[in-house]
Structure formats: C-alpha cells, structure tokens
Design a protein around this ligand. Structure first.
Ligand code: BGC
Length: 373
C-alpha cells in the first residue's frame, strides 16, 4: 500500500465541507478541529501540492479568528487593568467543524501554540504558491493573531498535550516565535504590510526568555517557571514536543549545542526499543504508548541534521503501523510506559483514535523531507 497517497486521501476525505480538519473521525472525543493539529495537516497538504485543501482550512481558521476577535481586545483591557481572566476568555484551541466554540467539554481552552503554528503555516502557503492577493485576503487575521500572541505569550497556559495549565512551556513559546518570525520575513520581503518593529521585538523577547529560563544543562526544558527557575519540575523534563522548538521553530540555529543536546536526549530517553517515540516518560494517557506523529517528527529533525539513515528507519517503522485501510493511529500500545492505565482509558473512551489526521500529516512531512516523491 502507498501510505503517502492514502494519507493524502484520508486527509482530503475527512476535511469538513466548511474546510475544517477533524482530529479523528472515529473517536468521538476528537470530533473537533484543533488549531495545532490542523495547521500541521494543512502544511503537509501544501507540501503534497494539495493547496486547495490547505487554503480551505486557512480560510476556515481566519473566519473563526475574525468571529472571536473581540476576545483579543477584552484580554488586553483586562491585563491593562489587572482584571482576572478565566480559561474561556482566551481564543479556544479547538472548535466544532462548523467553527463554533464548544464549552460543553472539560478540555482546557487556553493553549496558544496552535495559533503560532497557524501563522507559520499560512506564511509557508504563500511561499509555496506565491499568491500575494490571497495572502492579503487573510492579512487582517494574521495581524490579529500577531497581536494575540504578543499579548498572551507570557501567561501560563495548557501545554500541547493539554496539561500543566499553571506553567509556561518551551514548545508553546517556540511556536509563537516561529509564527512571528514567518510574518516578520514576509514583512521584510514587502509581502505583508504589518509593523515590523514590534514583531521583531517580540521575537527577540521570546528567544531571550527561552535562553534565560528554558535551558538547563545546555538542553531545552519542557516547562518554564521564571518565578522558580530551580523548580524540580523543570529538571528531567525531556519531552518530544521539544522537537517542535527545533523544527519548524529553529529557536536557535540547527547546529547550536542546545539544539543538538535536546535532540540527543529525545533519541536516548524517548525512543522505545520497538522504534516509536513516547511523549514523555511519565505519560499515562492510554498507558503511554509510542506516538506516530512524534516518530515522524523525530525523523524530520534527523533528516535536517544529516541523519537520514535514522530518519528512514522512523519512516519504515511508521509504515508498519498502518492498518489494512492505510490508517494510522494516534499511538501504538505495545511497550507501554504505564500499562496499568491502559484498560481504564479503553473503558472510558474506547479504542485509540484512528485514523488520526495529524499522524498522517507528519508522515507526509517526513516523506517529503526525505525527497521520496
Ligand atoms: C493531544 C493534543 C492533540 C489532541 C487532538 C490530544 O490527546 O494531547 O496534542 O491536539 O489530542 O489530536
């Protein structure tokens, strides 16, 4: 089976008429569109030449942002007057496929990383298509998100695994940085008309903040606590999401020792003997399995640092995890880190999400990075 082709088809098939990408069609808890998942999915579709699909999603998101823009002004006002804010005051991380907020579930809403990734992906779309008229049609939403990220990036929020809302996270800040850097480059090229000075200043602040508080022993840390830099929670915090601070964020140059040490620690601590990548060592979600998307992400990074042999190994491992329909799950449950938790999740939420569109997207990204088509 050609997993590359079937991945494209699966993503196409499960894009909603409105343009949203569902996280997973066969897992009711994931019947939403997440900014994080979807922005990588759209980027993968762009890489695969499926610009129409990607564009439909970017526009769907731009409409969602426009619809909720008053939140940004509300947050700014509240912060200026030291008024308290709650989780629902922020832009949500997930929406119904029709583009509405869903407050019925108990998910944490305030996770800003996906908006940084959206900025990056939209700018990549422009770089791949050269369609300036289209870019200008979403300029207003780009501007709103730049303003939003500049306003919220120092506030504690949920990490990309939707946990730890009391902390800051290197991945999330790096994602915001990545989005702003993409916008800044397009301003410099004359493609966008936004104000370059504040964008550049925010980027520099974010990078300096990570350098100051998000590095221990020359390695990125998962969490950041500027109030308590020596907090034990920051120690021993290898997390595969840090791959995102390497690529696409390139928070430091690729060959910088901090980047290389971070990659090596993930290779050493989070790759299972079976070949897949764990999120973090004390993960208990569905018993803490090996994640397809993270295995592809590691391969993507390895390919960029000249470790193609390892990247190909990751690709082959992923291909082995596809079922007879060519569907990839979120995670694979052999070699679980915490097997005692598996049955409970199964009982409460049913089988592991499959297909997970984000898994297919990261596979496409790895496949294209390896120049296989
Ligand atoms: C993951 C998120 C992801 C969501 C939808 C959650 O279990 O922690 O990173 O965005 O699923 O795929």
């Amino acid at each position: 089976m050609d997993l590359y082709q079937s991945s494209i088809e699966i993503i196409r098939q499960f894009q909603s008429p409105e343009g949203a990408y569902v996280a997973s069609p066969n897992f009711s808890i994931y019947h939403y569109s997440w900014m994080r998942d979807s922005s990588y999915i759209a980027y993968a579709m762009d890489l695969a030449g499926e610009h129409n699909s990607a564009r439909r999603y970017y526009l769907w998101a731009a409409n969602v942002i426009e619809k909720h823009k008053n939140k940004i002004f509300f947050i700014k006002q509240a912060l200026n007057h030291a008024r308290p804010l709650n989780d629902e005051n922020f832009l949500f991380t997930r929406y119904t496929l029709a583009g509405s907020e869903d407050s019925s579930s108990k998910w944490g809403n305030f996770q800003y990383d996906g908006y940084g990734t959206w900025l990056w992906a939209v700018c990549e779309h422009y770089l791949m298509t050269g369609d300036r008229k289209w870019l200008l049609s979403v300029e207003e939403s780009l501007n709103l998100i730049v303003e939003y990220l500049q306003t919220v990036w120092r506030l504690p929020n949920f990490d990309c695994w939707e946990e730890n809302p009391d902390l800051l996270h290197s991945y999330s800040i790096a994602s915001a940085y990545c989005g702003l850097r993409s916008v800044f480059k397009l301003i410099q090229e004359g493609a966008l008309n936004l104000d370059p000075i504040t964008v550049k200043r925010s980027m520099e602040e974010m990078r300096a903040f990570i350098a100051r508080y998000g590095v221990i022993n020359e390695k990125l840390t998962k969490h950041i606590r500027p109030d308590l830099p020596e907090d034990p929670v920051r120690r021993d915090s290898a997390d595969a999401s840090l791959l995102g601070a390497v690529l696409p964020a390139e928070i430091f140059p690729m060959d910088h020792p901090i980047m290389m040490n971070t990659i090596t620690s993930i290779q050493k601590e989070l790759v299972s003997s079976d070949g897949g990548v764990y999120r973090y060592r004390n993960d208990t979600y569905y018993g803490g399995g090996q994640w397809i998307l993270l295995t592809a992400w590691l391969g993507w990074v390895e390919s960029k640092i000249g470790q193609d042999d390892l990247a190909v190994k990751r690709l082959i491992w992923i291909e082995k995890q596809a079922d007879e329909n060519g569907w990839l799950p979120e995670q694979v449950s052999n070699n679980l880190l915490a097997p005692q938790f598996y049955a409970e999740w199964l009982k409460n939420w049913g089988g592991i999400a499959k297909p997970l569109l984000w898994s297919h997207a990261m596979y496409i990204i790895l496949f294209k990075t390896l120049n296989l088509s």
